[in-house]
Design a protein around this ligand. Structure first.
Ligand code: ATP
Ligand code: MG
Length: 199
């Protein structure tokens, strides 16, 4: 019935506040996206940013409730996150997205939406499948390897590594705090946040 929907853009909705950006964490389940995102977020708060989180697990209980893990549903989930991130970026937000987002093409679409209004900073949170399976925070790798879950990213579903992310954090080399500092340093370097005030 989409032919009966008229998506009007009202003039006032063109307003953009500037200064917004989206920090997009991508990586395997258990690579550390949520962990690092929640260290970076408060640091951005401290520097005066208006922070909002769009975490895959949370989004799937609200905005994307009911979606599964087929390629189509994964893409729909990421496109929704990208769209909301773009709207918040337009209003000057520091948007922190943390979803596996396994497909390069879909991440590119999210980037295009966001870049209409602010910078898109892709953070590849890198850890091998073996390491993520060793951590197995949610017990899902064990189930995937046992065949109790199918279509699990990195086991029997693809993960396309970003070709040109703004930053790579290797969580087999850096602990979460170090990774968060690397991300903050990159944001400073890009001129998106002021340098931390030294105590
Ligand atoms: N160096 C590290 N960096 C980040 N996390 C680490 C590191 N070493 C161990 N961990 C642990 O790995 C786990 C990473 O889980 P986290 O929920 O952040 O992953 P995720 O990428 O958000 O996964 P999902 O896609 O399933 O949400 C945490 O329990 C964290 O404590
Ligand atoms: Mg997570």
């Amino acid at each position: 019935m989409t032919e009966h929907i008229y998506a009007h853009e009202h003039p006032e909705s063109d307003r953009t506040r500037g200064g917004g950006f989206t920090l997009w964490f991508t990586g395997l389940s258990g690579s550390g996206k949520t962990t690092i995102a929640h260290l970076v977020g408060p640091a951005l708060d401290d520097r005066g940013c208006i922070v909002e989180y769009l975490d895959g697990d949370t989004v799937r209980t609200h905005l994307s409730k009911g979606l599964g893990f087929s390629k189509e549903d994964r893409d729909t989930n990421i496109e929704r996150i990208g769209w909301v991130a773009s709207r918040l970026t337009r209003q000057g937000g520091a948007v922190i997205c943390a979803a596996i987002s396994p497909y390069e093409e879909t991440r590119r679409k999210a980037r295009e939406l966001v870049e209409q209004y602010g910078q898109f900073v892709e953070v590849f949170v890198k850890a091998s499948v073996n390491e993520c399976a060793r951590r197995d925070v949610k017990g899902l790798y064990e189930k995937a390897f046992a065949g109790e879950i199918t279509g699990f990213t990195g086991v029997d579903d693809p993960y396309e590594e970003p070709a040109a992310p703004e930053i790579v954090v290797d969580t087999e080399q850096h602990d979460p705090e170090e990774s968060a500092q690397l991300v903050l340093a990159k944001l400073e370097q890009l001129g998106l946040i002021p340098a931390a005030v030294k105590a």
